[in-house]
Design a binder for this molecule. Structure first.
Ligand code: PMP
Ligand code: GLN
Length: 388
């Protein structure tokens, strides 16, 4: 036991190291194909990389304006108008952040008061719960279940109490690949208006949506436009997760509060990258081709799974597909994922870690944002499994 003056009470006693670091480290250690942590293994467009370099050479190397480079905020407003039909004031309704992560953390810190309840949908991306707890809020979870992870909005309404202030949604949804459709948004709109709730909407996979479906976001709903913030990630959109650039968009009165935290967490984001993104966004082909690119990868991976003991669950968006592995093993999913990485050389993410209840449906998540060569190698391994 440490001396009392040297020990500190953890503010996040239940939080360990994120599963993404854990599984990527294990994949490296075992020389396994890493289909766990969500990042592409193919390069970002050389035009964009060259743009960053060009702007560095041009001397754009000092602090950008705190809320983001005006040219980039304008380009984002243009893109949001084109793709979502949402009209944003770049001055007051868009803030460029160090990835969606910093946008989410800053918004939650700025808006959630101690004792506020925040409704989550589990399995939930792992930063939400600690972020809410750090702000003194209380996460309240609605459990989604395989195979389709659909939301039961009547059950959600039963979770709403006098302290409920926020609903945190994610569509397309990590880790399940499900999406919120029009009727989901209508239900949420009704609840938000009836119970005076704010909506935080994580839309980092807005462009990764398949089979001709359209992304529906919070800001597109008239009743939510003034009570919502939406979060986006250029890392996800332009295959450069390591650059950590994203943005928050939405109601100015909420954004004003978010910026109070943003200015003291990062102040501003990498300047030459913002210049390069502003140029790059002028060409809408840079993002309009993404659904086709990733749908082809999804289908190639689904093909690889055919005949294997993995049973894929519906994947309507994101670059993840979840699979039931019970035909292969009765292990708890975390143990299964470790075993599978070591014994079969493919790293995955166990879905139960995203359920606070620990609910384990025997499901793991595969990331298919990989080159065709890597997907082929994974397919070859999965085929041998079928013979086991
Ligand atoms: N939300 C979700 C649902 C994610 O999957 C991720 C991971 N990219 C993030 C937020 C964080 O995004 P970024 O890497 O831009 O911080
Ligand atoms: N969003 C990525 C995933 O779901 C991981 C991001 C991270 O490692 N923080 O795999």
């Amino acid at each position: 036991m440490g001396d009392a003056t040297h020990s500190i009470a953890s503010k996040l006693p239940e939080t360990g190291t994120t599963i993404f670091s854990v599984m990527s480290a294990l994949a490296r250690e075992c020389g396994a194909i890493n289909l766990s942590q969500g990042f592409p293994d193919f390069p970002s467009d050389p035009r964009l990389i060259e743009g960053v370099y060009r702007h560095m050479q041009a001397g754009h190397n000092q602090y950008a304006p705190m809320p983001g480079l005006p040219a980039l905020r304008q380009a984002i407003a243009g893109k949001m108008a084109r793709t979502q039909g949402v009209h944003l004031d770049p001055e007051t309704e868009i803030t460029v952040t160090a990835g969606a992560t910093q946008g989410l953390i800053s918004a939650i810190q700025a808006l959630v008061h101690p004792g506020d309840e925040v409704l989550l949908f589990e399995p939930a991306y792992d930063l939400y719960r600690p972020a809410v707890e750090l702000a003194g809020g209380r996460p309240v979870a609605h459990q989604l279940k395989a195979p389709d992870y659909a939301v039961d909005w009547d059950a959600v309404e039963r979770l709403i109490g006098p302290r409920t202030r926020f609903v945190l949604v994610n569509t397309p949804h990590n880790p399940t690949g499900s999406i919120l459709g029009r009727s989901d948004w209508q239900a949420l709109e009704r609840l938000a208006e009836k119970h005076a709730l704010f909506v935080l909407s994580d839309e980092v996979y807005e462009h990764l949506i398949f089979d001709g479906e359209q992304h529906c976001g919070a800001l597109q709903c008239t009743g939510l436009r003034d009570r919502s913030l939406a979060f986006f990630s250029f890392g996800k959109t332009f295959h450069n997760t390591g650059w950590k650039v994203g943005y928050v968009a939405g109601a100015g009165h909420l954004m004003q509060e978010v910026r109070k935290v943003h200015q003291y967490t990062v102040f501003s984001v990498h300047t030459p990258t913002q210049y390069a993104l502003a140029d790059y966004l002028q060409d809408e082909q840079t993002y309009l081709g993404l659904p086709a690119l990733f749908q082809q990868k999804r289908d190639r991976f689904l093909q690889a799974l055919r005949g294997s003991p993995f049973r894929p669950l519906p994947c309507r968006g994101t670059y993840f597909v979840t699979c039931n592995f019970r035909a292969l093993s009765a292990l708890p999913d975390l143990e299964f994922a470790r075993w599978f990485t070591r014994e079969h050389g493919i790293a995955t993410i166990p879905v139960s870690v995203f359920n606070h209840s620990g609910l384990d449906e025997g499901v793991v998540r595969f990331c298919f944002a990989k080159t065709d060569a890597v997907l082929e190698r994974a397919a070859a391994k999965l085929k041998t499994l079928a013979a086991v």
